[in-house]
Ligand binder design. Structure first.
Ligand SMILES: [Zn+2]
Length: 153
């Protein structure tokens, strides 16, 4: 399986802002775009919401905010294709056991050839590092490559 994430600078910029804004705690949200067995096209991400609980090791999203944001995205024909969250700087981008459990729970809601993606980011050394993951048919978590498709003009 060689699923690839297609993403652009605008989404990275938003992730960057939402990560730096909550420097000492985790933040995150949903990822919106389109899924195909071969690629995941990322068009937007959400915040965790005004009533989210952000802690140094975990973030609980605000369901009402996510629901509203998702309905607005569906009007733009963009769908939930996964989740993202930040890890504090100094920590690794490796999914924790809770991260893996969350990813598997989300995976159950998708057709397995359209497996959702997950992204972990951190702000460190003045840059945003990021890793993308998906669930393989054997239920293993695998890291997948991303490609910045920002058009250059
Ligand atoms: Zn995590």
């Amino acid at each position: 399986m060689n699923k690839k994430v297609l993403i652009n600078d605008q989404v990275f910029k938003k992730m960057n802002e939402l990560t730096k804004k909550y420097e000492n705690v985790e933040n995150g949200g949903l990822i919106y775009g389109r899924l195909n067995p071969r690629w995941a096209l990322v068009e937007d991400i959400s915040d965790a919401g005004q009533n989210a609980v952000r802690k140094p090791y975990g973030v609980s999203f605000d369901p009402e905010y996510l629901n509203d944001y998702t309905l607005r995205k569906i009007e733009e024909k963009l769908y939930v294709i996964g989740t993202w969250h930040s890890h504090p700087s100094g920590s690794s981008l490796t999914p924790s056991s809770i991260d893996k459990k969350t990813m598997l729970d989300i995976f159950k809601h998708f057709d397995h050839s359209f497996s959702p993606i997950s992204c972990i980011v951190k702000w460190e050394n003045n840059e945003l590092s990021k890793s993308f993951f998906t669930i393989a048919p054997n239920l293993n978590l695998v890291e997948i490559p991303f490609c910045n498709i920002t058009s250059r003009s």
